[in-house]
Design a protein around this ligand. Structure first.
Ligand code: COA
Length: 424
């Protein structure tokens, strides 16, 4: 039995943030019914396509373990079907532009009338306030949530991250909100509204930078390498390059081969507890007793210079040799792994974090499996559905429509033409 078995999700999500959330719920065993517009579907099916007429990797990698029903929710018969879905499901998840569900006629009040136990979960770009009506994509959230102003180098422009903290990060937040609301419903018997705003999600992930904003009032941020470089601080938390966000200074340093390999680098942390080991390893045993280096506070004004010395040593080793040398000495470090290296990493395949999936029109592809492992609820990755692949199945088996009624619904234009079923 899976952890969320028996929970039925009415999935109105599209693009990345909402689908990330419902994919997680599906991996935990929820029955996720993805509602898509007939003939169109989630816009990402056709975005960044690598193979003509085949669902894109963007779509397939965010929509595993779901069923797809096509339904025109602006058509009167489509609304009738949607009402039945609302009555049948436990959770409605959506990430439309603000107001879209209200315009369809499914406000929170209406949903509560139809199903008082329904949990109504939304991703929006912003919470209530001046920007609540705005559409938002990933990088807008990274910029408005504090990520971009604190990412990049001090002398460069603000920078967005490759990690999709605005979309996938907010999807994660929403998933936690949903299971929490399901837990509360066990006792209250009532559903509730769950909102995860992308600006809030990014800010939550940037909370150490708000910490630093307040510390600035009491003097320079001494663990930032700009302090050691003698560069004064301004009014706001600065971009900190590759400085560590915590109290143990760290930096990305070059390794053997850096001249030609863009990922021949390692993240090296000068954890105070193993400072003696670091000094021995990099050939600076005298730093162990030197009053200018022995204590963490004494090193704060020399962080860039210390990392230059560490780099002189790491440049003589590959990133994996650095890791091999540091690990037995308890020195925290991490090689910069490329997507190619991650895709080929056997240990990630073994744990199901990287999974090969077979798809009827695409063939095999790689995806990221469930990164959260439950010992009693293991996740298997099932390929994403074709557009409308489960329309009849859901109308018959979930909603109890007879074949004649399905024909009536079809002739109204609410569900579009039957989809070519996947070759099994
Ligand atoms: N049947 C009929 N109409 C449907 C439908 C269906 N099954 N599914 C969607 N639609 C309609 C919606 O009702 C909406 O119509 P309306 O504008 O007349 O109300 C329309 O399709 C488009 O929805 P919308 O969400 O506005 O899509 P968009 O492509 O214009 O905007 C986003 C995309 C992502 C910018 C926007 O949805 C958004 O800001 N979402 C919230 C934040 C978010 O999640 N952003 C991250 C995305 S990864």
């Amino acid at each position: 039995m899976k952890a969320l078995e028996g929970v039925r999700i009415l999935d109105f999500t599209h693009v990345q943030s909402g689908p990330t959330c419902t994919q997680l719920l599906a991996w935990f065993g929820a029955d996720v019914i993805k509602v898509e517009r007939p003939g169109v579907g989630d816009a990402t099916r056709g975005q960044l396509r690598d193979i003509p007429d085949v669902d894109s990797l963007y779509f397939t990698m965010l929509n595993h373990n779901k069923r797809s029903i096509t339904l025109n929710t602006k058509n009167e018969t489509g609304k009738e079907v949607l009402e039945r879905l609302v009555k049948t499901c436990d959770v409605l998840v959506e990430n439309f532009a603000p107001g879209a569900l209200d315009r369809m006629g499914f406000s929170w009040e209406r949903i509560q009338e139809l199903n008082p136990r329904m949990i109504y979960a939304s991703v929006k770009g912003f919470g209530p306030g001046p920007y609540e009506d705005c559409k938002v994509y990933e990088n807008v959230a990274q910029c408005t949530g504090g990520g971009a102003s604190t990412t990049g180098f001090l002398d460069g422009p603000p920078m967005v991250s490759g990690a999709q903290i605005g979309d996938s990060g907010t999807g994660l937040h929403l998933a936690l909100g949903i299971v929490t609301a399901l837990f509360q419903r066990e006792r209250s018997g009532r559903g509730q509204k769950v909102l995860a705003a992308m600006q809030d999600g990014v800010l939550n992930l940037c909370r150490v930078k708000l910490r630093d904003q307040q510390r600035l009032q009491h003097g320079p941020l001494k663990e930032y390498s700009q302090y050691g470089q003698g560069i004064p601080f301004g009014a706001a938390t600065p971009r900190a390059g590759n400085d560590s966000g915590g109290g143990q200074p760290g930096w990305i340093v070059k390794c053997k081969g850096w001249e030609s390999d863009p990922n021949a680098y390692v993240y090296f942390i000068t954890q105070a507890a193993v400072w003696g080991n670091i000094c021995d390893l990099i050939g600076k045993p005298e730093w162990k007793d030197d009053p200018g280096y022995a204590k963490p506070e004494a090193r704060l004004d020399k962080i860039p210079q210390i990392f230059d010395t560490i780099e002189d040593w790491t440049k003589t080793k590959t990133k994996f040799e650095v890791m091999e040398a540091c690990n037995p000495l308890n020195i925290p470090c991490g090689p910069i792994l490329s997507m190619k290296e991650l895709a080929e990493e056997p240990s990630l395949r073994e744990t199901g974090t990287i999974v090969e999936v077979d798809h009827p029109t695409r063939g095999t592809y790689l995806t990221v499996g469930n990164p959260i492992k439950l010992s009693d609820s293991p996740s298997e990755v099932i390929r994403s559905p074709l557009l409308g692949e489960h329309t009849e199945e859901i109308l018959n088996e979930v909603l109890g429509y007879s074949d004649e009624e399905v024909e009536r619904i079809r002739s109204s234009g609410a569900i579009g033409a039957p989809t070519a079923q996947a070759a099994e």
